[in-house]
Design a protein around this ligand. Structure first.
Ligand code: RP5
Length: 183
């Protein structure tokens, strides 16, 4: 329970710290601690599918060397997918994609000034040649980034494909035929 608390509340604490046997293939990076309340939804989705990940704070403008080192070594470390969330002038996903050819999934974090439209446009408008797979603003984007990462991994891992399919089937079954007053 304590491990779970630490993992959910301190993104610098990776899941590998609590489960050393699993080398994560998914990295969840974010520009700031303030992005974690959004990015944790990607983490929760991966938890639901029993997919290990490592969560880190990597700021493009405040820790540019950390960002470069992370991105340049990500493939060699065994990561297969990078989920990168940032808000405002959200250059983190694009800069990471500049340093690695791993798939980068960008999550625009909702900003105070422009409600995340700034984040979205910063991430989605990559010039041709350096792609970032951009998701929706906020919680939906983070959740779908987790699902997209699972989908990418499922191409080579039948066990993940089975869990992803089961997750989707459960969602389908949870939809009632008729509306109810009880909610
Ligand atoms: C970006 O600036 C982060 O991704 C965050 O969304 C935003 C604000 O950062 P803080 O001022 O909360 O650290 O770098």
């Amino acid at each position: 329970e304590r491990d779970e608390y630490q993992r959910r509340n301190f993104p610098s604490m990776s899941q590998t710290d609590t489960a050393p046997s699993a080398q994560p293939k998914v990295a969840i990076i974010m520009g700031s601690q303030s992005d974690w309340p959004t990015m944790k939804y990607a983490a929760e989705l991966l938890d639901d599918l029993s997919i290990p990940y490592e969560a880190r704070i990597v700021s493009a403008h405040r820790t540019p060397d950390r960002m470069r080192n992370f991105a340049m070594s990500a493939r060699e470390k065994g990561f297969a997918v990078i989920i990168a969330g940032a808000g405002g002038a959200a250059h983190l996903p694009g800069m990471v994609a500049a340093w690695t050819s791993l798939p980068v999934l960008g999550v625009p974090v909702q900003s105070a000034a422009l409600s995340g439209k700034d984040s979205l446009l910063s991430i989605v408008q990559m010039p041709a040649g350096v792609p970032v797979g951009t998701l929706a603003i906020g919680k939906a984007g983070a959740t779908n980034a987790g699902l997209m990462a699972a989908s990418i991994l499922s191409l080579g891992e039948p066990a993940i494909r089975d869990r992803l399919d089961a997750w989707r089937t459960a969602r389908t079954k949870s939809v009632a035929e008729h509306p109810s007053d009880s909610e």
